[in-house]
Design a protein around this ligand. Structure first.
Ligand code: ATP
Ligand code: MG
Length: 354
């Protein structure tokens, strides 16, 4: 049985890391007798500049039948962020109910974390960010523009269903890992939504008596990401808190070039989307020096989601091996290797092509 993947390489280094990742995916799939069928779409800021739209009007209908979406990065100089966000990423997340944003964080052997004490093997956690509700609502407005008493109001929206399902996802994930959940809150300052978040998380926790959990205020939690990054397993957070924590975590891990992400519909009614955390990086685009590992790790998350866990583990093991070798580290990691050298090293690790 084959599975269908929609590939959106995007802009800048997105196209370079996706091309590398396709080669590596071919190798690992051959090894595990997995058949993936790919279709590529040129949806991007480059397309926006040419046609006025990031994707065609029926783009979501085009994507719906796929089993997964693999995205490089979108963004281009002169195209404001809201174009790529509202023209592509947010419509996909919403239409396909991708209510989980998953960001695994690890300090690998061979990668220097800027954080003293963040040692390889010790830092290994996952940030589970609520991806569709919370603080990023469009409810609110501005009153009295330019007036000395001008004000702005922004509502945050949390639903019982929305908090329950993200909590359930985090507790279930913890079961497959080290059995611990940290829930980010700020119920001492945000007096309606955060106590509600805490209550619903506590209720759901009761259904997972085998998982330990604690609640921590976001300010203290952010400090702990830096001071004791080895103390986390699964961290669950609202949309805004999760956004901030996941970038902080990627920085703690040592390079944005490695960080992967998944936008998941855990019910599997719709395709989930997998993309590296980094952007299109116009400063290094076209030079062949981008680190492909963020995209490769994202592809491993995709394989895992599609039910191919051993293949996903093989990919991650190949990543670990290339990172251990100074000669196959890219410039963002202090090395001199280019994208091709890393790709070839990954292919070598994934065994002979039959
Ligand atoms: P965004 O607009 O989403 O922030 P960006 O294009 O500015 O995207 P970032 O992801 O913020 O890119 O990356 C910041 C810088 O880090 C890049 O300009 C680049 O120098 C470096 N960088 C990012 N990803 C990689 C990578 N995969 N390999 C090597 N360097 C990278
Ligand atoms: Mg940037």
């Amino acid at each position: 049985m084959s599975q269908r993947i929609a590939v959106i390489p995007g802009d800048g280094i997105g196209t370079e890391v996706i091309s590398a990742t396709r080669t590596v995916l071919d190798a690992v799939c051959r090894r595990h007798a997995i058949t993936l069928d790919y279709d590529e779409y040129d949806w991007s800021c480059e397309r926006y500049l040419r046609t006025g739209a990031m994707m065609p009007a029926d783009g979501l209908d085009v994507l719906r039948p796929y089993d997964a979406i693999l995205l490089g990065a979108v963004g281009a100089p002169g195209v404001p962020d809201h174009v790529s966000l509202w023209g592509l990423l947010i419509p996909i997340r919403r239409a396909f109910r991708q209510y989980v944003n998953l960001r695994p964080v690890r300090v690998f052997d061979g990668v220097d974390s800027p954080v003293r004490g963040a040692l390889p093997g010790e830092v290994d956690f996952v940030v589970v960010r609520e991806n569709v509700e919370g603080e990023y609502s469009e409810i609110g407005g501005r009153l009295g523009r330019g007036h000395p008493e001008e004000m702005a109001v922004q509502e945050a929206v949390f639903t019982r269903a929305g908090v329950s399902r993200i909590a359930d996802y985090a507790f279930e994930l913890a079961r497959t890992r080290r059995g611990h959940v940290t829930s980010a809150t700020k119920s001492n300052g945000i007096v309606h939504t955060m106590p509600f978040w805490d209550e619903v998380v506590a209720e759901r926790a009761a259904a997972f008596p085998d998982v330990r959990w604690r609640s921590e205020h976001i300010d203290a939690l952010a400090a702990k990401f830096v001071l004791q990054p080895g103390s986390f397993d699964v961290v669950v957070a609202s949309n805004l808190f999760g956004d901030i924590l996941s970038d902080l975590a990627a920085a703690v891990a040592g390079s944005i070039g490695i960080a992967p992400s998944a936008n998941l519909d855990p019910t599997r009614s719709y395709p989930s989307m997998f993309e590296p955390v980094h952007g299109s990086a116009p400063d290094i685009a076209g030079k062949g020096v981008a680190n492909p590992l963020g995209a490769v790790w994202s592809a491993a998350l995709m394989l895992d989601h599609l039910g191919h866990t051993p293949a996903a583990q093989d990919l991650v093991a190949a990543m670990e091996a290339t990172l251990r070798e100074p000669g196959t580290r890219t410039r963002d990691l202090g090395g001199t290797a280019d994208t091709r050298t890393v790709t070839v090293a990954l292919l070598d690790r994934l065994g002979p092509v039959s």
